[in-house]
Unconditional design. Structure first.
Length: 407
């Protein structure tokens, strides 16, 4: 029997894997070239702006940097661009799979905004475009000559976007979209600014013209922004696995503090790579910011159970609640899962529902039908180590119920 839920889950896994692979390639090359550029030995005669000797994998590498070009342009010039493009494209695909197709569960928070799924998807897509346009406008204004002020305004823009996302989306979707918003700025910097400027410079050199230094200056500004934004984006992408990050009252403030941590961490490594000092104070600031995040995450995470039970079922939830076998599956989940997946868990050592998944009410169970089916039906991932002794017939009841809802 063809099982679309299983196929779709594997598809999400495959795209997520691709996204991680391409992100490693992009971040790795980005960090390498930042460290290389900052660490170049510039106290050498000759046309090169700096050089570096490195050893790796049993070989020695002699690297030289030219602000203009060597005497003869090489026939083969490597462009580092597809790492960025592939990361964004795979991330966009993952966004569509998880948050657009699965929007009833992961995207829209009906208690925050009464939106149809198509409206949520429209906000999701449009916000990424609008964010880039605002950022690009700021960079092309006179603020481009005042990089510190520009960075402060970029931070304000990110905080405002985090707050705005949190007014309509689930906490999980807020974090993810803020990461996608930031990653869109980073990739758009590469596609619309850095690469075109480099092509202009290369074309001038090939045709014997002296390149205008402004193109390198503009590209350097955008590359610096990307450097400081990278680590926060990684945090935001990982946050969907940690309810203490996304399912809290102050999740958008947590996201704002993460951007500040990205600045302090990168400042330390950039300074060290440039041999400009050892700013160990950044470690203390980073630790204090993380402690503040931990404190904010302890704010009340969920509304009382009585209030949750009073909420009417959505049409999405009604489909699964009305399916044959729901009562049996409901009893299985309550008996085997709800002691941990509760607003106030009773299992010793569990303070919050794992991954923020609640399985107490009919609406909770119907809302998470697909994950229950995949985690506790066709696979034995839940309960962990089968600590609540879920029997084979219990798993069969879950499978029957889910497949009845889809038939």
């Amino acid at each position: 029997m063809y099982d679309f839920a299983v196929f779709w889950d594997w598809m999400a896994f495959a795209v997520r894997w691709l996204h991680v692979i391409t992100a490693i390639a992009w971040i790795g090359s980005s960090f390498y070239f930042i460290a290389l550029d900052l660490g170049l030995n510039r106290d050498i005669p000759g046309p090169a702006d700096g050089e570096e000797w490195q050893v790796h994998g049993g070989g020695f590498y002699h690297i030289q940097k030219y602000l203009v070009a060597p005497e003869r342009m090489p026939e083969h010039l490597v462009w580092f661009k597809w790492e960025s493009y592939a990361t964004w494209l795979s991330g966009a695909g993952l966004l569509m799979i998880v948050y657009w197709v699965g929007g009833e569960l992961y995207l829209i928070d009906a208690q925050k905004a009464d939106l149809a799924l198509w409206q949520g998807i429209l906000i999701s897509a449009a916000s990424l475009t609008v964010g880039w346009l605002i950022y690009d406008f700021l960079c092309k204004s006179g603020l481009g000559e005042r990089p510190t002020l520009l960075m402060v305004l970029l931070f304000v823009l990110l905080v405002v976007m985090g707050w705005g996302y949190n007014q309509v989306f689930t906490g999980r979707a807020m974090m993810l979209h803020l990461g996608a918003f930031t990653a869109t700025i980073m990739t758009a910097n590469v596609f619309f600014i850095i690469m075109p400027n480099q092509r202009i410079v290369v074309d001038d050199l090939k045709n014997g013209r002296t390149p205008d230094p402004k193109y390198g200056k503009i590209a350097k500004l955008r590359s610096t922004h990307n450097n400081y934004l990278t680590l926060p984006v990684v945090f935001l992408m990982l946050s969907n696995h940690y309810p203490l990050a996304f399912a809290t009252e102050y999740n958008w403030i947590i996201a704002a503090l993460v951007f500040l941590m990205g600045v302090t961490i990168r400042h330390y490594f950039n300074t060290r790579h440039a041999r400009a000092g050892d700013p160990t104070w950044t470690w203390l600031v980073t630790a204090l910011l993380f402690i503040a995040i931990m404190w904010l995450s302890t704010a009340p995470m969920y509304k009382p159970l009585e209030e949750a039970e009073a909420q009417p079922l959505t049409s999405f939830e009604q489909k699964y609640a009305a399916a044959d076998g729901f009562e049996e599956a409901h009893d299985v989940v309550l008996g085997r899962c709800s002691m941990c997946h509760a607003r106030e868990p009773v299992w010793e050592g569990i303070l919050w529902a794992p991954k923020g998944v609640l399985l107490e009410t009919e609406g909770d169970i119907a809302r998470n039908a697909q994950q229950i089916y995949l985690q506790a039906g066709v696979s034995h991932a839940m309960p962990p180590a089968n600590v609540t002794y879920m029997e084979p017939e219990d798993r069969e009841a879950i499978i029957r119920w889910f497949r009845n809802a889809g038939s």
